[in-house]
Design a protein around this ligand. Structure first.
Ligand SMILES: Nc1ncnc2c1ncn2[C@@H]1O[C@H](COP(=O)(O)OP(=O)(O)OP(=O)(O)O)[C@@H](O)[C@H]1O
Ligand code: SF4
Ligand SMILES: [Mg+2]
Length: 336
């Protein structure tokens, strides 16, 4: 294990399964990814590929049926899997924060939004009384909510979906976390509000030096807002690269199909009719080493061999025995 790493978040060979009545769901297998302090990583893949399971594992929020069977999760040098529930609870909201897809569900409907920000601040800081209220109002202002004193006393139902998402972001950022996990943060919002929320997350990330893990179906969104992208398929990371390298020189057949299925600026992965086949059933006991192999036009006999995420070029990693190298000159280009 590298001790000299500069990564804020380092997931190394993480495997996680769910024991269910209908069998063991092998939801994550040997997943590795890194996120430097202040960086942004887009985690993309079809529905059911394991994006949320991975983010919940990082946050230490797990279903009773979940078991980590291998690997480590390190955050700022700390081994998160060695932490007990109380230690993880203390980290969540303070150092690690998350925003979810549906802010109206995540917010308490019968509590004023300002009070909900105060709850988080009171849990993690010594602020009380007037200072607590002043900081909560400041948090609302930071996420560019107009007239924050008035909005402080509003209930979620009195605010639009975009405003509720801003409140969620205010709650998430109240204690200045070092990592924000945003799981489909703009789904359900109109296009203009979507763009405004994403810009806000990016700008606040830059202002506060906060790292962001953006989980999305939308490759176009990840391209616009992330430094790097990791592509997930059926519980595996199949490719990870700096964003533009991924688009210019995708080497995994699945990534190439995702990119073809997602015209820039237009579509989302929600309607992936263009990618043939489905994710394999993760309860199968005969899952192939390459979980994409049953959908892959490039499959060869050798594809059944064990597969690991390996370096293809500087910062470009892939899990495939026969990567697409049509754009190989992009890999060979000297580093800027
Ligand atoms: N509590 C659970 N018990 C059993 N299986 C689960 C559980 N939670 C998730 N899974 C399975 O783990 C796999 C990954 O699910 P996950 O929710 O992480 O997908 P996702 O990539 O976030 O999808 P989406 O884009 O739809 O949010 C799926 O096969 C899912 O059915
Ligand atoms: S390892 Fe083989 S089957 Fe899997 S993606 Fe690569 S070429 Fe296709
Ligand atoms: Mg999900």
């Amino acid at each position: 294990m590298s001790t000299a790493s500069t990564s804020l978040l380092e997931v190394d060979n993480l495997s996680l399964e769910f024991r269910t009545r209908s069998g063991i769901v092998r939801a994550l297998e040997n997943v590795s990814l890194e996120l430097p302090a202040g960086g942004s990583l887009g985690l993309v893949g079809e529905s059911g590929s394991g994006k949320s399971v991975l983010s919940f594992a990082v946050l230490g929020i797990q279903d009773a049926a979940a078991r980590v069977t291998n690997g480590t999760i390190r955050f700022a040098g700390q081994d998160l899997l060695a932490n007990d529930g109380a230690a993880m609870k203390a980290l969540r909201g303070r150092e690690l924060a998350m925003i979810f897809q549906n802010p109206r569900v995540a917010l308490n409907p019968i509590r004023q939004v300002g009070k909900q920000i105060e709850d988080v601040l009171a849990r993690h800081t010594d602020l009380r009384g007037k200072a607590l209220r002043a900081r909560a109002i400041e948090c609302l202002a930071e996420v560019r909510i107009p007239d924050p004193e008035r909005r402080y006393i509003a209930y979620p139902f009195e605010l639009s979906g975009g405003m509720c998402q801003r409140v969620m972001i205010a709650i998430a950022l109240a204690c200045r976390p070092r990592l924000l996990i945003a799981d489909e943060p703009t789904t359900g919002l109109d296009v203009t509000t979507q763009a405004a929320i994403m810009r806000l997350i990016r700008d606040l990330g830059h202002e506060k030096g906060m790292a962001t893990l953006l989980i999305t179906h939308d490759l176009g969104l990840a391209r616009e807002f992330c430094d790097r992208i990791a592509v997930m398929h059926a519980g595996h990371i199949v490719e990870t690269a700096p964003t533009e390298d991924l688009f210019l020189a995708s080497a995994h057949p699945y990534t190439a199909q995702l990119i073809r299925a997602t015209p820039v600026g237009q579509d989302k992965l929600e309607n992936l009719a263009a990618i043939p086949g489905n994710l394999p059933d993760l309860r199968r006991t005969d899952l192939p080493a390459c979980r994409f192999s049953e959908r892959c036009a490039r499959r060869q006999e050798q594809c059944g061999r064990p597969l690991v995420l390996r370096d293809l070029a500087a910062q470009h990693r892939i899990a495939c025995h026969y990567p697409l190298l049509e754009n190989k000159e992009a890999f060979d280009a000297p580093a800027a």
